[in-house]
Design a protein around this ligand. Structure first.
Ligand code: ATP
Length: 340
């Protein structure tokens, strides 16, 4: 898994071993491609999702996200490659695999003239849930999405945010172990977005979640890991924190030492040091931006802390510099354009 390899590059071998032992893979795409006629919408995509993770599938409109989610939920067959869900092959064992998944399609079709419980009962019947079992499932789903009070309301009278909750209720009706959500907050106002995100976070305590979005903040707000899609291909696959971590460290100290930059530059693993202009830091403080080589990265922060103490400087802060996801996305887009 690329997210883990990323850690390995930074010297996290023990970490990788540990995680491989505890992680149970519940979603697996292996070299999956999908063509529409001569056009390849999804091109040799591979990634896995361990149990309990919230994975964001991020990309511009047309990047191939919906096509991937349709293949993942068995509504579209791959032209090439394999999709496995909870250990089941999505083509050969489709019905059993689909039973593990709750799916909220983009623009989930609802029947506006129906009342909420009738709609959910209709969906349950389509899925062959016995009538006797339906009431309990519907009540539980409505409770989980916070819609009990609207149970007998016609869908047409609900706000967009509440309608999206109805869509989510049908997805979780049978308590699936995997939730697939296609653009779950699309078209909602900021307050509704906030509420739906909170709901998804709550639901993720009981299910592995994969959601698609073209909104960077959505991924940053909700997901532990992101797969970035560009023109049908995976452009990046990493944990958000790893992706955002750069090979730079920010050190803030109080000192009048005129040789500070030289001292820092001499440390093992440090490739360059620049001092931030005084106007951009608090009065009396000095801030250094320290580039480190990837190979020596894990040892540099402790060495910096020792150097600060040994030099008699006052330590204010020492932390990795985090890149913003927006900048990463732009970098990847530019690199992709350069390859084209
Ligand atoms: P969006 O958020 O706009 O839905 P997406 O990332 O989900 O974007 P897809 O819907 O998977 O992207 O579409 C990927 C590409 O495949 C697009 O160029 C789209 O026009 C094309 N495409 C999707 N469905 C079909 C189809 N049924 N026939 C032909 N081309 C299609």
């Amino acid at each position: 898994m690329r997210g883990i390899e990323w850690r390995l590059d930074r010297g996290g071998k023990a970490d990788k071993k540990q995680r491989e032992v505890v992680e149970e893979i519940v979603i697996e795409l292996e070299a999956v491609s999908r063509r529409y006629g001569a056009f390849t919408a999804v091109d040799a995509v591979s990634f896995t999702v361990p149990r309990g993770q919230i994975l964001g599938l991020l990309g511009h409109n047309g990047a191939g996200k919906t096509t991937i989610l349709k293949m993942l939920t068995g509504y579209l067959e791959p032209s090439l490659g394999t999709v496995r869900v909870a250990g089941l092959d999505m083509v050969a064992e489709r019905l059993s695999a689909q039973a593990k998944i709750g799916y909220l399609p983009e623009n989930c079709p609802l029947y506006p003239e129906m009342v909420v419980i009738d709609y959910l009962s209709h969906i349950a019947s389509l899925r062959a849930v016995p009538i006797a079992a339906q009431a309990k499932l519907i009540r539980r789903a409505l409770e989980r999405v916070g819609l009990i009070e609207k149970a007998t309301a016609p869908i047409a009278t609900l706000s967009k945010g509440l309608r999206q909750r109805v869509g989510i209720a049908q997805a979780i009706l049978q308590d699936p172990e995997i939730l697939v959500l296609d653009e779950p907050t699309s078209g909602l106002d900021p307050e509704q977005i906030h509420e739906i995100r909170a709901l998804i976070r709550t639901l993720s305590k009981q299910a592995t979640v994969i959601l698609s979005t073209h909104i960077l903040q959505e991924v940053q707000a909700m997901c532990e890991r992101v797969v970035i899609m560009m023109h049908g291909k995976v452009a990046a696959d990493a944990e958000i924190a790893e992706l955002r971590r750069s090979n730079r460290i920010i050190l803030t100290v109080r000192t009048a030492d005129t040789a500070a930059v030289d001292r820092l530059r001499r440390l093992d693993g440090v490739t360059s040091v620049s001092e931030q202009p005084a106007v951009s830091v608090a009065l009396g403080e000095r801030q250094f931006r320290i580039e480190v080589s990837a190979a020596n990265a894990p040892g540099v922060s402790p060495a910096l802390a020792r150097a600060v103490v040994e030099s008699g400087w006052e330590l204010i802060a020492l932390h990795p510099e985090y890149r913003d996801l927006d900048a990463i996305f732009r970098e990847l887009s530019e690199a992709k354009r350069g390859q084209a």
